[in-house]
Design a protein around this ligand. Structure first.
Ligand SMILES: [Zn+2]
Length: 100
């Protein structure tokens, strides 16, 4: 079982996707020194089963005709710690990263 899906560019792993039960979708983290499209990157403890990413992961997105959605979390030891500014129902809760 795995919790992370590698993001590959030119045959090189530049980051990982994980499934977010708060968003019913995935989040992508680029691992330093690789950066995403807006120049953000994270550190990774290298553990595919109990990943830790730092700093926190903040995602803002919108659906048509809906208010802005916010997902803000720390991923530590394979758990997602959702912060209170999340707009989804898991705000303030700690959950395991789902297996893919
Ligand atoms: Zn999320």
């Amino acid at each position: 079982m795995t919790k992370l899906l590698p993001i590959e560019e030119n045959g090189q792993t530049v980051g990982y996707f994980f499934d977010c039960p708060g968003c019913q979708g995935g989040h992508a983290v680029h691992i330093s020194p690789h950066k995403n499209g807006i120049g953000a990157s994270w550190t990774f403890n290298g553990d595919m089963e109990k990943p830790t990413f730092s700093p926190s992961i903040l995602s803002r997105y919108t659906f048509t005709n809906q208010p802005m959605q916010v997902c803000h979390s720390f991923v530590v030891d394979g758990k997602i710690q959702f912060l209170n500014d999340c707009t989804h129902s898991l705000a303030g809760q700690i959950v395991d990263i789902p297996d893919l």
